[in-house]
Design a protein around this ligand. Sequence first.
Ligand code: F6R
Length: 592
Amino acid sequence: MVDALRRLEYRGYDSAGIATLEDGAITRRRAEGKLRNLESKLDREPLEGLIGIGHTRWATHGKPTEGNAHPHATSRVAVVHNGIIENFRELREELIAEGARFQSETDTEVVAHLVTRELDRGKTPIKAVHASLRRLRGAFSLGFLFSGEDNLLIGARLGSPLAVGYGEGEMFLGSDAIALAPFTNTIAYLDDGDSVALTRSSATIYDAAFKRVHRTIQKSQASATIVDKGNHRHFMAKEIHEQPEVVSHTLTSFIDVVGETIRLPEDLPFDWKDLNRLTISACGTASYASMIAKYWFERYARLPVEVDIASEFRYREAPLDKGGLSIFVSQSGETADTLAALRYCKEQGQHTLAVVNVPTSTIAREAEVMVRTLAGPEIGVASTKAFTCQLAALAGLAIGAGKARGTLSAAEERELVHALIEAPRLMAEALRLEHEIETFSRDLAKASDVLYLGRGTSYPLSLEGALKLKEISYIHAEGYAAGELKHGPIALIDETMPVVVIAPFDAIFEKTVSNMQEVAARGGRIILITDAKGAEAAAMATLKTIVLPEMPAVVTPIVYSVPIQLLAYHTAVIIGTDVDQPRNLAKSVTVE
Ligand code: F6R
């Protein structure tokens, strides 16, 4: 099992633990720090047993101590958990009022107590898990072990992935096929909302309505390639669907979920209070994440920001203050232009901070400060999960900077952090609109040009939407600030031109509606991505709407990315292009 956990260490490694059944009773070994600490503990105090669960943790709720390490357990059930239980506070209070005794600061422990309460009420383990799942809010996956049940493991997923592995007279559960690769390559991926009861010889799967269902069993290539496509046709689809989980990982690497505060990297070589401005350089999708971050840094930290495309910045001989801060955003950490911009800024005496996904990359190594996005390997050439993880990290930095500069109060910080914590769940909800979005893609697939419009942070998102569509479907697309429409691009509008409008119902929504009306008056076909209030306010006969949940402004770019990506993905699939490796592109652009 330790071998399997090692394969999951990329998800977190601040503590680890295992629980098995010894003579029917739950027995645990847990250790703070890297997996090798657990391993030496197991050497000293081995665990017996033929059934068990294990976990490697990235602290979200509560410090990375042994007491907070998973599995969490009562005398009746042990649980491992990935993700966040959003409503843990109210559940914890309810359970404590009924006499439950908590031993950790984690959100996970409420699950152990909830299930125990249902077992005490006489329910079977699967019924107890189903009753408990009804009470949980958030994006997570769970694994359960029950005392006295040496032929039963239960798993459940809502937002975070979970895979069932089929062996010879043995069965496995893992949050990634990579973890199961040492044991089996025969895998069934659970759908969102599914739960599963495993015995040594069977897997009974239930859907979100707790009805029995079958999920396709397939051969995974995890052992050979470390990453596979899971249940998806393309890596891009898998990566779009992974977002609630990887964004949650990225967020919780710098958020104290209990205190609802931002934990910025310690020992920064600069003081946020001393900065007069910020320079951000990046390419492509990463530059659009940076443009969104500009709105955040200016609003929350009152820090003027200049965002540059790295290929322009590096040759523009920009004057920079000594001791100022430059930020570089890159998935690969190897993009030649971004690296050159970083080196230029260092020569100019700037402090440098890199937001990167590959921690061993050149940009990560050469920058003074590294902030990691925890998107995991991104294989699809079109960036999806790396983009939303960049947004999550940059939002955290902007809020942290605001707090440090005194431009955000503690209450404002809490409110913003609270909103960020909800992003993974909201993304999971957006993913549920996939079928509907796919039908809209049929329309886009027939077009030769598509316009994307948005205001505020939805403007850079419209640039990203257009880039996603053109790079994988080869349809020409442009993103525009909605207010710019009448300054030129409106000349393009006719009845053959789909226009994608990104407009959550906010203070500038009415302005965007006016722009939409201008499009509609010229026969343009509009797809509006908004929320229920926006859909109601904009009601026009010709409109197609994608309706997302209402949410605070700070998370809209993160959540609205999902329909934007799905629209591009399904359009490309309908057209039949090579979605994961579109022509002429490379994943890592190490040449100028
Ligand atoms: C588009 C895309 C590219 C990259 C750009 C920068 O989907 O992936 O535009 O964002 O090449 O790459 P990184 O982030 O590796 O520096």
